[in-house]
Design a protein around this ligand. Structure first.
Ligand code: ADP
Ligand code: MG
Length: 314
């Protein structure tokens, strides 16, 4: 096979055949691979230990340790963890669609239905993390949201079939509309910055029970709200194709974020429903106390909209 000749070999990964590179980070590379004993497709996040200091090594171990405790359809599963002298290998459930980020680039922006379809699944994952596990992700963004594609034949087109622009399967065209525009299950990846704020045994804030200071208890709520801010930024970006806060200069960008300076820019936002805007406004509050929790998010009217019910925009 071609792959065998061009893919690197790693000591410790003898049970896997690397197929292609999926991602490239500062400290890690992610490959698609086949587990030889089962023929199962997986993703492998490879981290070189040589370039890491002790704190960074500890954080990779923590990433794996947190992922190991998680079991939810909206969260990438850690299938195995291998440590050798030179590497850490995180064997992960493969998400063949790749990043939601690339789909935004490809489609320019998502319809409200497709945005809802995606963000609901992300929110279900966050609800599981926040409410059941006491885990804060802290790096929610379109690059860390992956998806499983809907098989082409099962995709639903919103329009009656048109003989002149019948989509061709080999073009891998994504049809936007109800049913997900080719986007099936969405999954949260990259727990590299995640943190546990609960004791998993006692389901109380980390620290000695009974001796926990009020600011620690409050801190738990604040830290959850960072994921909610990020969720608001993701939803904004899905709906219009660009992020709520942007500037060439990091200094000005930081200032805009800290003041919560964003707008629903015309003409892009003119046709987007008021419910969607209201939901975003409730997430992009500078004051974390005012920001929606994940339960409030899932309870918002826009989230409860059935497909097509937001046709009557004003
Ligand atoms: P980093 O810490 O370097 O950001 P990530 O865990 O986010 O590492 O992985 C980097 C990239 O690799 C992701 O943005 C995605 O494109 C790809 N990737 C990671 N995990 C998977 C997976 N399970 N399935 C498919 N692609 C993945
Ligand atoms: Mg990442």
């Amino acid at each position: 096979k071609i792959a065998k000749q061009t893919m690197p070999n790693y000591g410790g990964l003898e049970n896997y055949q690397l197929v292609s590179k999926l991602g490239d980070g500062a400290f890690s590379k992610v490959y698609e691979a086949i587990k030889l004993s089962t023929n199962e497709k997986v993703a492998i996040k490879i981290v070189r230990k040589l370039e890491l200091n002790n704190q960074q090594k500890a954080s990779v171990l923590k990433e794996a340790q947190i992922m190991r405790t998680l079991d939810h359809p909206s969260i990438i599963k850690l299938l195995d963890f291998i440590e050798t002298k030179e590497h850490y290998f995180l064997i992960l459930e493969l998400c063949e669609g790749g990043e939601i980020f690339h789909q935004i680039v490809r489609l320019t922006y998502f319809s409200e239905d497709l945005s809802r379809h995606c963000i609901r699944q992300v929110a279900e994952g966050i609800k599981y993390l926040h409410e059941e596990k006491g885990v804060i992700h802290r790096d929610i963004k379109p690059e860390n949201l992956l998806f499983v594609p809907i098989p082409f034949k099962e995709r639903i087109t919103p329009l009656p079939p048109n003989e002149f622009d019948e989509p061709k399967e080999d073009e891998g065209q994504f049809i936007e509309g109800i049913g997900g525009g080719g986007i099936g299950q969405v999954k949260i990846a990259d727990f590299g910055l995640s943190k546990v704020v609960w004791d998993q045994q006692t389901m109380t804030p980390c620290g000695t029970v009974g001796y926990t200071a009020p600011e620690i208890v409050k801190d738990e709520r604040y830290s959850k709200s960072v994921d909610m801010w990020a969720l608001g930024c993701v939803l904004y970006t899905l709906l219009c194709g660009f992020p709520p806060f942007y500037d060439e200069s990091i200094k000005i960008l930081t200032e805009k974020v800290s003041k919560g300076q964003y707008t629903f820019l015309s003409p892009w936002w003119d046709t987007i429903s008021n419910e969607a805007k209201d939901l975003i406004e409730n997430l992009l509050h500078v004051d974390p106390e005012k920001r929606y929790t994940i339960l409030e998010f899932l309870d918002h009217p826009w989230m409860k909209n059935k497909a097509m019910s937001d046709i009557d925009k004003d």
